[in-house]
Design a binder for this molecule. Structure first.
Ligand SMILES: N[C@@H](CCC[C@H](N)C(=O)O)C(=O)O
Length: 293
């Protein structure tokens, strides 16, 4: 028998998460094993992730974020991410800010380190209450996106309807950023799923449509791999700024205007990308046993 597992429903600009603490016995975490032999949850399967993410019958969320004990001494926690379709993925910018907010509340510190499969992410509380995360170095080689064949990632050359010639960027996860004159006019729901599975992307890709409003402001809409349209994507915002600067459309710092609100993104001289934005808790609850069955 598995003990009822606590979760925290959080979001970053409307990109929402069920955050499950698998550390066992921690302040925010799963209860420890009971006298009846019940065991705390230690992982979730693809099927369980899909059941939790289901907006009709589950908690309802874009991603499930799992918090585990860190592997490295330097880090506070280890973060894992599952998309709503159950797939486990490497990075989630909005999720990283939410995990940082939880760990900051738990420890009382303003600076925490989140470990993930792509490395250590440094997170800091900004004076205005937002959270700033160093998302690591943007990867720009075709092998790192990854692409199915050697190409200049500044011009991927693919097209579908009004979308053509995206920029490829990996910021822990793969992105293709299409620049358009009017992001609101693009049928993201129709084009996104086709482009996500384009043969050029062996691990699929997150698809961004970006409209440059000024050298410091970009409007962006997203089709997330393994989810669909979301109100915001932190890694997508990072990829968009990097793509825009590489195309000489903006400086190294800009506000990315998403359906759910704004993120500040800076591509630092050392190649790292810093993302600043809000992280909010909606409610806490316990997962119904039927979701874990
Ligand atoms: N919402 C996230 C990205 C989550 C993962 C993505 N769908 C993928 O499959 O890579 C963010 O805020 O970055």
């Amino acid at each position: 028998m598995t003990l009822a597992t606590a979760f925290t429903k959080m979001h970053g600009l409307g990109n929402d998460f069920a955050v499950i603490d698998l550390r066992g016995g921690s302040a925010n975490g799963t209860a420890s094993a009971g006298a009846n032999g019940a065991t705390p949850l230690t992982d979730i399967s693809d099927t369980q992730a899909r059941a939790i993410a289901d907006r009709r019958t589950g908690v309802g969320c874009d991603q499930i974020i799992l918090i585990e004990k860190p592997r490295q001494k330097l880090a506070d926690v280890y973060m894992r991410i599952r998309n709503a379709d159950g797939s486990e993925v490497e990075a989630c910018g909005n999720g990283a800010r939410c995990v940082a907010a939880l760990v900051m509340a738990e420890t009382g510190r303003r600076h925490v380190i989140i470990e993930s499969v792509v490395g250590l992410l440094d997170a800091e509380a900004a004076p205005d209450g937002r959270i700033s995360v160093d998302m690591g170095e943007a990867q720009l080689d075709w092998r790192e996106i990854p692409l199915a064949k050697p190409l200049d990632t500044l011009h991927l050359g693919i097209e579908l309807g009004p979308l053509s010639d995206p920029v490829g960027v990996n910021i822990g996860n793969p992105h293709a950023v299409f620049f358009v004159p009017d992001a609101g006019a693009i049928d993201v729901a129709a084009l996104g799923p086709v482009l996500e599975r384009h043969p050029l992307f062996p691990e699929k890709a997150n698809i961004e449509v970006a409209q440059v409003l000024s050298p410091t402001r970009i409007r962006m809409r997203v089709w997330e791999r393994g989810v669909g349209i979301t109100r915001a994507c932190g890694t997508g915002a990072c990829a968009t700024l990097v793509a825009a600067h590489r195309r000489k459309l903006t400086g190294r710092k800009a506000t990315i205007q998403l359906d759910g609100g704004d993120l500040e993104i800076e591509w630092l001289a050392d190649g790292h990308v810093r993302m600043t934005g809000p992280a909010e808790t909606s409610f806490t609850g316990r997962l119904d046993a039927s979701l874990l069955g």
